[in-house]
Design a protein around this ligand. Sequence first.
Ligand code: NAD
Length: 254
Amino acid sequence: MISANLSGRVAFVTGGASGIGLATVERLAANGCSVAINDLAGNPRLAQEVNRLKHAGRNVAGFPGDVSKPDDVTAMIEAAAAQFGRLDFLVNNAGTPGTAKPIPVDDFARMDEAFWAKLVSINQVGPYRCLKAAAPHLKKARGAVVNVASTAGLGYGGSSSVYAATKAALILLTTEWSYALGPEVRVNAIAPNVVDGSGWDCKFDPADLAATVARLPLKRAGKPEDYAEVIFYLLAGAGYVTGQCIVVNGGGAR
Ligand code: NAD
């Protein structure tokens, strides 16, 4: 497991109360980083996880807000920067499938205008809103950004083709934003596949999932900690890497 001394550094992690976001918060905080944890105001896990981590001696604070709401984003990023005095790292992790059951590619009726608008606003424009608000702080600190995309965005299927499109856009934007924020700030992405330990309410068929996992060279689904490991590396190390998307998928099913 790689480590770094991040004392004096500050991270902002969206959707940080569960799954990959929470594992990233824990990893950063265990390495001395102060962490601003965002999640939806209605998610009781935000306060629970903040309290648990504070009791464990970590320097964390909660910043409730919805990345699909521009005013929430501006307010929470500015509040975090004011409270901690700087911002070095942004992890754009908040994302949603927006459906309790995967949507077949030809089920156009379920992929209606409202569904498109919701997923684009949370998964695609949400990271943009956070990046835009955090950019001056990140540039000053010469920091780094990691966007949590998905192998769905690379054409490997997923909960819906709308979800896949938003993640494909996020992968493209990662490269665009590396030019926008360089040379001071590096911007990278990871593309996870299945997450063993996700809080997602989108349930895939267990038999389909097991068959996919059985075809992976590593023969297991990734845990939130597996993804946090690569996010941590892209933030705390990887000084000559920007504009890239690292696929983290146990080697890929074929
Ligand atoms: P999770 O549900 O465990 O955690 C996501 C968190 O984001 C939740 O706590 C949720 O409340 C929060 N959130 C949702 N919408 C939000 C919003 N609008 N504003 C702020 N917070 C919001 O999910 P996870 O599996 O850890 O997913 C994390 C990221 O990984 C997401 O971007 C997801 O798209 C991506 N991903 C997940 C999978 C998977 O199979 N679970 C696969 C590939 C990529």
